[in-house]
Design a protein around this ligand. Structure first.
Ligand code: ZN
Ligand code: ZN
Length: 407
């Protein structure tokens, strides 16, 4: 009955806090770079994702939570953020102001086979820089990711970049790959045999087949414009972030053009993509919008949290105890005053005896207890007990507050 759906989970304080820390780091970087928040709906027309994410992708073919709503519309829970951003951009007529830098933070849904560290609902933080065709934009968004990772203390991450070309130079590469892989179709994994015709680039980043053909597979020959763009991206990044060019990095989405990139790090002994993105100069026009260039990325908040080195923050909670009914109101006023002063305070379990209240103070790892009874009420004082050292002293209320605010 009361059972969690497979592939989903509840996040309690400690894990929720980690995500909040990742979000805060990202927000501080977004502010510096002038990105504006865009909150998007969770549900969109399914068509949006088929068009944007791509008909041939794993996401659209088998991972979407899609269904018919009460009004007979085919809708889907968003599996990624970019299509929604593109839809919002088109619908809200940014022609007057085509240059936009948006960020989003939100839950995404993919019906993947549940496995360690992978959930069907997960959080993505994304950035979309729309309207700037310069390779400086590609470099800028990559450096934003670096800034977030550095802020979070992510260690030993690798930045891989590649260019997958454009409408001019990609078709030839596609054809070369189809020809090359068709000749050795039998040695491909089952998945690649079926996707060979529709998405041959994906064979290159297949975990099974990719490594086998890295050396021998035909290489992408970029057209002069794409080559120049890629060279400039590399020049802008030079000396600012260590990166390696990986010709097999192709990404699983259909809409990328030119630059693609991935930030990878070791999590529990395996290389994992923590964030990935690329340029998508044709996407917005292909969805019926203006012809406008764009580049962006998304990071997986849970995975980035796993790779981060957080400093443990000890909360200094004060626990207010009343030992007599005649002191309850006095104790409650102290509790409220502490909170109004911005101090973390708990208590108010005045229907319990002293021992039970102190037990709760220990349970939540409170640093101090403030204990009052009729005696303290009459003198306008309180007993402050340091729960680490066990020391206690009686103070006037003014001294008590001054004492706690300094801690
Ligand atoms: Zn090209
Ligand atoms: Zn394969």
């Amino acid at each position: 009955m009361a059972k969690l759906l497979r592939g989903f989970r509840d996040l309690f304080e400690e894990e929720a806090q980690k995500l909040t820390t990742v979000e805060k780091a990202a927000r501080s970087v977004f502010k510096i770079y002038g990105a504006k928040e865009l909150r998007l709906p969770t549900l969109e027309l399914k068509e949006i994702f088929i068009k944007a994410t791509g008909q041939t992708t794993d996401i659209v073919q088998k991972e979407m939570y899609a269904f018919e709503d009460g009004g007979g519309r085919l809708v889907a829970m968003r599996p990624e953020g970019t299509p929604g951003v593109a839809r919002a951009y088109i619908e809200n007529n940014f022609q007057e102001n085509p240059l936009q830098k948006f960020f989003y933070i939100g839950n995404m849904f993919r019906a993947e086979r549940p496995q360690a560290g992978r959930y069907r609902e997960f959080e993505q933080i994304g950035l979309e820089y729309i309207g700037n065709a310069s390779p400086a934009a590609d470099a800028e968004v990559i450096l934003m990711l670096k800034a977030i990772f550095d802020k979070l203390g992510v260690k030993n991450y690798k930045v891989k970049i590649n260019s997958i070309g454009c409408k001019e130079c990609r078709p030839k590469f596609r054809e070369d790959l189809i020809k090359f892989f068709t000749a050795q179709k039998d040695s491909l994994c089952e998945k690649c045999q079926t996707r060979l015709e529709v998405n041959p680039l994906r064979v290159l980043d297949c975990k099974i087949d990719g490594p086998k053909f890295t050396q021998s597979a035909p290489k992408q020959i970029l057209c002069p414009a794409c080559q120049k763009h890629f060279d400039e991206v590399k020049k802008y990044l030079d000396g600012k972030v260590p990166f390696e060019v990986d010709p097999c990095l192709v990404r699983g989405l259909d809409y990328y053009t030119k630059t693609v990139f991935e930030f990878q790090a070791d999590i529990a002994g395996a290389q994992n993509a923590l964030a990935a993105g690329g340029r998508y100069d044709d996407l917005i026009a292909s969805m019926g919008g203006p012809k406008v260039p764009a580049v962006g990325w998304a990071l997986g908040a849970e995975r980035v949290a796993l790779a981060s080195s957080f400093e443990e923050q000890k909360s200094k909670t004060i626990f207010v105890v009343s030992v007599e009914e005649s002191a309850n109101n006095y104790a409650f006023n102290i509790l409220q005053t502490l909170r109004e002063k911005g101090l973390s305070a708990q208590g108010g379990l005045f229907d319990k005896n002293l021992k039970a209240q102190m037990k709760q103070a220990n349970k939540i790892n409170a640093s101090y207890a403030i204990i009052v009874g009729g005696n303290e009420v009459s003198k306008n004082t309180a007993v402050l007990k340091d729960l680490t050292s066990g020391e206690q002293k009686e103070l006037s209320l003014n001294d008590l507050l001054a004492n706690l605010e300094g801690k």
